[in-house]
Design a protein around this ligand. Sequence first.
Ligand SMILES: Nc1nc2c(c(=O)[nH]1)N[C@H]1C(S)=C(S)[C@@H](COP(=O)(O)OP(=O)(O)OC[C@H]3O[C@@H](n4cnc5c(=O)[nH]c(N)nc54)[C@H](O)[C@@H]3O)O[C@H]1N2
Ligand SMILES: Nc1nc2c(c(=O)[nH]1)N[C@H]1C(S)=C(S)[C@@H](COP(=O)(O)OP(=O)(O)OC[C@H]3O[C@@H](n4cnc5c(=O)[nH]c(N)nc54)[C@H](O)[C@@H]3O)O[C@H]1N2
Ligand code: SF4
Ligand SMILES: [Mo]
Length: 852
Amino acid sequence: MKIKRRDFLKLTAMAGAAVAVNGYAQSEPEMNSLAPLGADRTSSPEIGEWKPTTCQGCTTWCPAEVFVQEGRAVKVRGNRYSKQNDGTVCPRGHLSLQQVYDPDRIKQPMKRTNPEKGRGVDPKFVPISWDEALNTIADKMMALREAEEPEKFCLMRGRYTYLRDIIYDVMPKVFGSPNNISHSSTCAEAEKFGAFYTEGYWDYRDYDISNSKYILIWGCDPVASNRMVPATIRRLGDALDRATVATVDPRLTTSAAKANEWLPLQPGTDGALALGIAHVLLSSGAWNKEFVGDFADGTNLFKVGATVDEASFIEKETNGVVRWWNLAVKDMTAAKAAEICGIPEDQIVRVAKGLGEAAPNVAVWMGPGAAMQARGAYSAMAVHALGGLLGSIDNEGGSLQTAKIPVNKLNADLLGKHQDELAKKHSKLEKIDQRGRLELPVIAKGKSGGGVSTNNAAKGILNKDPNEIKVLVGYMNNFPFSCNGTDLWEEALSSVPFTVHLTTNASEFTVFADIVLPCTVNMYERYGFVKTKANRYATCTLLQPVVKPFWDVIDDESAFPFLISEKLKDRGFSNLYDCLVEMYSDPETGAKATTPEEFTLFALKYYTHPLWDGKKDTHGDKINGWSEMLEKGMWNSGAYKYKSHWGGKFATTTKKFEFYSETLKKALAGHAEKHNVDVDTVMEKSNYTARGELAFVPHYEPPLRHGSEQEYPFVFIDYKSRLNREGRSQNSPWYYEFKHVDPGDVGHQDSLRIHPTDAKKLGISNGDKVKITSMGGSGECVARVWEGVRPGTVSKAYGQGHWAYGRTATDDFMKSATKGVNNNTIIPWELERLSGSNARNGGHAAVRIEKI
Ligand SMILES: Nc1nc2c(c(=O)[nH]1)N[C@H]1C(S)=C(S)[C@@H](COP(=O)(O)OP(=O)(O)OC[C@H]3O[C@@H](n4cnc5c(=O)[nH]c(N)nc54)[C@H](O)[C@@H]3O)O[C@H]1N2
Ligand SMILES: Nc1nc2c(c(=O)[nH]1)N[C@H]1C(S)=C(S)[C@@H](COP(=O)(O)OP(=O)(O)OC[C@H]3O[C@@H](n4cnc5c(=O)[nH]c(N)nc54)[C@H](O)[C@@H]3O)O[C@H]1N2
Ligand code: SF4
Ligand SMILES: [Mo]
């Protein structure tokens, strides 16, 4: 590897600075970025120590280790024991160092002194003591209890660990509020919808790409983002020697740049492409017979346009393949799909045949690009159904569910015991996101209103419908930045009389807060645990305080509810305190917590107890006691067993993989019945075009578009930068310095990719400043003329355009001036209503581009 002279000088300067600080000899190879990396991971007190924790830069949730010298974290790598990420981290893992040592972190509690709220309005925060902060919050909460309106308390969470139960479930429910609103539908609920209403699995899938012969990456970029990043970085090279890799994405992703095929489809036409592929598989007889079954007499009756008699086909592990064909597939030939999605017919046929030949060892990797669309529920189903046709569901080289992680659950009985009558009654009232209303089915896990609709909470708050939110507590969330339709969030948050933010930085949400509580940084300063999976292994991994915080901070999920419970007890409401200390006593000694620190540790021990108490076979790593758990930092399951759900064990209504979804039919019927309407009315109100039986099968729905082709001729494509640690790395200088790792991107600018033919038409050259405008909003960025976007579309990474957060994220923090523009200002507010999701993909955001 050649090192440029400039980079070499930088490196030696960095090493030199560290020498001066730590006083080690310059020849010492264990320093800083040169800390030991190989198999020999020695550590000693003089040199430094590798300490286990968990990276939460993305939802891969890598078991990680941090090298700590004299109390300072200096380097990151994967946990040596981890089978999930092979003991490695992705480039983003290292950026975390600049989060924990961010000079713009909030250093003590603060209160607002300017009653006026809004974007660009200085809150005039002043420092206060913890006591004043907690007393103020407890007083506001008690006022709600006294007025018998505890439902006016709302808890909002963003990123989390599984200690979330305490702040997110126990606290609101024992207090008496139904309003615990998560960020999950901002994230990828529509993806889970696709897997649930075919396979009966409401979760993300694992992909066994070590054994795939064909990898079809659909609407995600797994070497750069998604949920098994280090594992994919490590495997994609080998996979290319063994398998065909194809990507379906309107932009040339990092994965597409390496792939054998790139299918840059017209945004939002995924359903048509999936059905086109299904048509080829069925009409050419290439479906997997072991999984799907076959015609009784062996003759393939799947002929273009022909209705097939259901009785002629004998299915094995699936339900309704013929009915699906008759309802949605028979007319969607490759030629017709090509017309709709703008991919050449011969490419569709080639990909379909390749998939058929590689079946069943095929990973159809369905990502949010195929799902988080205004009408994405059915495209998510359609893409996932391809795995069904190929027999790759729950199978070698295909998509897998997860091995069990036997941790303890929240004790619902104890929770119930500590709810008083007011809490019992009011915690069942309608939630502020209006989930389950006629036009917002949110049929997560088969139940009307069974999931969350994060973005609709903004409407609920603004309209005080079903009730007013008077006390709002947010933690590790930043909805006026991370949710599309940012102006609505700004308006909604401005209308709340009292808001608390538990955060590390003064981000956009914080600017609307009345009290700001500084928190520990997740990967470095606190305890917690997460459950994850990749590579056939499920893991439970601990977050641990590998360094001591510099500032006066607390743990959001555990210390905050504990401290508040003490204050509420002082004011005569002791139920929350009683519940917390009873539920989370030390599983080893039975001791009850007396301090927030003790409480946090007991809670962590309570949840993870079965993994290390040595009582039961965990079907994974054997861990002997709590100190070994802390030392290793994690637990691995055994390898996931293929075909665990074959033989009638899928959790669908029919126990089979459903092409005709009886599970969805039941859920939609349940929702319709609740509102005394028919399913067609539900479909109409939810913005879908399907009527009749089509609503129960994966099918094609035309994309929704905000804005006419005349006024807004381009379609906007959003994606995650390879350097996004969700919305939390943009105050890191390395984020800007290394931004060119995203294909077509340039460091230190917010660049909008535009195809050369489009640029020419608009007279735009590389590097020109441009204004981008949608029906949602507008902003400025820099044009990059590049072939890696589909003509007629423009693409820009999500992440930049913060108007708060810190000096690096913004152009001028005090003036709320942005560097570039937030994609969520450009993407108009919109929902996928069957799952409740925020719609960010699929191109409903139509834009115009002007040179400025
Ligand atoms: N346009 C567009 N929008 C997106 C996405 C996209 O790809 N494109 N992705 C979506 C997805 S998948 C998700 S999951 C959401 C995530 O969105 P959110 O759940 O809102 O999370 P973040 O944006 O990461 O913001 C977290 C906030 O928590 C605070 N914080 C940072 N670190 C810590 C910490 O260690 N502890 C505490 N207590 N607080 C901290 C900061 O105020 C920060 O702004 O964003 C979604 N929004
Ligand atoms: N680098 C990085 N990785 C992350 C995260 C992060 O912040 N940064 N966050 C994590 C989180 S919270 C989540 S939920 C996961 C999921 O996050 P990802 O899997 O990264 O999903 P998205 O960011 O939604 O990316 C959507 C992809 O779909 C493409 N796309 C847009 N419209 C369409 C369309 O109509 N059809 C198709 N086929 N594709 C389209 C976009 O170009 C983009 O490549 O990623 C995790 N991994
Ligand atoms: S950012 Fe994601 S993939 Fe990268 S190390 Fe952290 S958790 Fe793993
Ligand atoms: Mo997410």
